[in-house]
Design a protein around this ligand. Sequence first.
Ligand code: NAG
Ligand code: NAG
Ligand code: NAG
Ligand code: NAG
Ligand code: NAG
Ligand code: NAG
Ligand code: NAG
Ligand code: NAG
Length: 826
Amino acid sequence: MERFRVVFVCIFLLISPVRISAISATLTPGQSIRDGETLVSAEGNFELGFFSPGSSNNRYLGIWYKQTTPGTSVWVANREKPIVDRLGVLNVTAQGVLVLFNSTNYAVWSSNVSRTAQNPVVQLLDSGNLAVKDGNDSNPDNFLWQSFDYPSETLLPGMKWGKNLVTGLDRYISPWKSSDDPARGDFAFRLDPRGRGYSQMLLMRGLAILFRTGTWNGFRWGGVPDTVSNTVYREQFVSTANESYYRFDLLNSSIPSRLVISPAGIPQRLTWIPQTNLWAPYSVVQIDQCDTYTLCGVNGICSINDQAVCSCLESFVPKTPDRWNSQDWSGGCVRRTQLGCNNGDGFLKHTGVKLPDMSDSWVNTSMSLNECGDMCLSNCSCVAYSNSDIRGGGSGCYLWFSELKDTKQLPQGGEDLYIRMAASELRSYEKKRSSSRRKLRRIIVGILIPSVVVLLLGLILFMRRRNPRRQAFTPSIRIENYKDESDRNDGMELPAFDFTTIEYATDCFSFKNKLGEGGFGSVYKGTLSDGQEIAVKRLSKDSGQGLTEFKNEVILIAKLQHRNLVKLLGCCIEGNERILIYEYMPNKSLDNFIFDQTNTNILDWQARLNIIGGIARGLLYLHQDSRLRIIHRDLKASNVLLDDSMNPKISDFGMARTFGGDQIEANTSRIVGTYGYMSPEYAVDGLFSIKSDVFSFGVLVLEIVSAKKNRGFFHPDHNHNLLGHAWRLWNEGRPLELMNKKIDDSSSLSEVIRCIQVGLLCVQQRPEDRPSMSTVVVMLSSEISLPQPKQPGFYTERSFSEQETSSSSIRSASRNNISFTVFEPR
Ligand SMILES: *[C@@H]1O[C@H](CO)[C@@H](O)[C@H](O)[C@H]1NC(C)=O
Ligand SMILES: *[C@@H]1O[C@H](CO)[C@@H](O)[C@H](O)[C@H]1NC(C)=O
Ligand SMILES: *[C@@H]1O[C@H](CO)[C@@H](O)[C@H](O)[C@H]1NC(C)=O
Ligand SMILES: *[C@@H]1O[C@H](CO)[C@@H](O)[C@H](O)[C@H]1NC(C)=O
Ligand SMILES: *[C@@H]1O[C@H](CO)[C@@H](O)[C@H](O)[C@H]1NC(C)=O
Ligand SMILES: *[C@@H]1O[C@H](CO)[C@@H](O)[C@H](O)[C@H]1NC(C)=O
Ligand SMILES: *[C@@H]1O[C@H](CO)[C@@H](O)[C@H](O)[C@H]1NC(C)=O
Ligand SMILES: *[C@@H]1O[C@H](CO)[C@@H](O)[C@H](O)[C@H]1NC(C)=O
């Protein structure tokens, strides 16, 4: 995540060219641009010249926004070949070829023209396109050369993103190597290069596919449904015999928008907010873990809202059930019953899906759905079909011929997919459905209807007694302080609550509603006028972070969705108030259970194991699968909340990012975290990484097993803290004594030992020795043999005094004095 933030900041502010003179918008043969001179488009939107990115001294020829964000680069000519001094010059030859020379007259870069012109003119257009035209011919199809054909990391409005099938020209975006180096990074976001170019975009790293947008369905990419009905741009996909490309065009040219890919390989759409002079994230392209290409293997389907993210498509079963059950889904699924071809095979309709990968499918854009189904049925190797275009009730035909890959169940939107099944499977599916329908009917008649009636009556009485001034929860599409179109869209991502609503909901933040003092502020319980319970986090006011910055971060965090993360419902920004509204967790936090002598018995071993596994998966998602790469930095028992089924949900994630202000470096002067959970390298040197979260996770695991706090742990025999105690018991061959109660069945015992071992591996002194969360998840859920843990960090006697530095008590930092030391090996 840190990388992510750094990237955008840098790409915004990378250029500060020394301008000697600006030339008019055109160049003709014989004219040139030297370093220091620039070419400006007619209306002054864009500028072409030499610049140095980030902290580099190298010079590059590029195009950047001149008016909106001076210094935001959109195109670089000599990406791979920098000029080392300020003596570069761009010449125009008599044939209209652009040549960039270094001071020893070496052609560092040149435009590539297949045609020559009588009267070539070079012009920087107001779209940001550098074009070589023949005279005054302004038809882009006749340009001799244009920079829009060779995109860098930015897709601008009007660019064709895709392939010219006649010339083979493939236009795609690829990130900079780093904010200092515009050379092509490892990633490419491009039209599917397999076969003849299907109507989907792929995010690739080398030859590996990381993410697929889903096929174009006439309105939008099938897997990116949140681009519906925006008012900033219009998008289209053009597919003819000659070319296949996507383009978007602004609806209002004074509200620019662009798609960029960061050096970390994260594509994102940004929109310019004039009031704040910032590029605000408009939408992220990848939304959740299910956007990881073929996460669930072949014939699997990924659904972020289900208990198990991956499941098999109907009538398919896991290929290797053991691995599947331990969350290794890569093996995918196989048919339970082989297809009978012409012996009664049928189709089952799946609704609301992102259609499977199109690598070896077949398309006819004029067939009807019925023709499509008949065609599929008549070919024994066809396994699924769907419409290719959903406009006007649906038309066109896609057929799939092999395994179905990368299918996703979408929370909203999505298309219909018809999957072939053997006759017997269809029959048993129908039976299952009708029996469950019968059951449901019985439930509705017997229980639900009477209770709904009672509930409604109660609700009416209740509403009458409530304060009529109390305002309703209005999922607004507007964030206060902003009034124009672009902001409305920006705000659409997250409901904005108004302050009075929150005041009413929490009885003016009354003490009786206070749930606790969490990291970065206080948390209150609230009840909205419709009865929904919420948790309200009122952030303390010392962030020093700008409003828009805060808002943008919150919008990003709201996109993080995982069943082991607390869901952000909305925010409220008014004056100095920064308030986050979360779903309410009736069972409060984990520390109420594990550290409380009376409650600790509620959690039996299976519940604890479930909690450990859930925290691990939530953390893995933050670290890796969300693609924002968030380091939590304050993982602890009180930041793990429990839902009514005792499933753990990590809270306060992204807070370090949102509220940390300047802490975007991997080395920080203000340490956020809680002693007892902090890794040595972080507490002592301020160095944090995903491995510092792994350390905190390890502490948490040992705390859950032992039901004792690491900090404040006391043992009559020695001066070690909980980590030291666990390490000692481990080495003495009696790890089970760490467990706070006796367990009799042996399979649980081996699970306990495994958890302790994983916990100890996570708290090892050296970050590089600690496993990553993905390894931890595998270690916890399989029988693979584990390495022997080495000495933990921070396990010995406390010898010097240190102020508590927890983020949750910055304002009362001197209240608790605790001490720790970095141990010396014995
Ligand atoms: C580039 O153009 C400049 C000015 O027109 C000229 O002096 C110079 O010789 C040209 N360089 C090359 C390598 O052609
Ligand atoms: C110009 O580029 C050539 C080829 O990369 C290189 O050998 C030469 O040293 C460069 N000249 C300068 C002044 O950097
Ligand atoms: C320039 O054109 C030639 C042939 O027309 C082609 O082989 C080459 O790849 C092109 N170079 C670039 C950078 O597009
Ligand atoms: C281009 O300009 C010439 C005069 O300079 C004019 O005769 C001609 O019609 C113009 N062509 C177009 C396509 O506008
Ligand atoms: C494709 O290109 C050919 C010649 O290059 C042209 O005749 C034809 O009209 C084009 N087709 C489309 C659909 O643009
Ligand atoms: C475009 O946006 C500007 C600035 O927000 C606004 O003043 C103008 O009315 C808009 N134009 C149209 C056509 O919507
Ligand atoms: C597509 O389907 C239509 C209607 O069945 C048919 O007339 C047409 O020939 C098909 N086109 C291709 C390329 O198969
Ligand atoms: C079935 O479809 C495949 C793939 O398009 C094709 O190769 C095969 O010839 C078809 N078989 C029949 C019987 O139409």
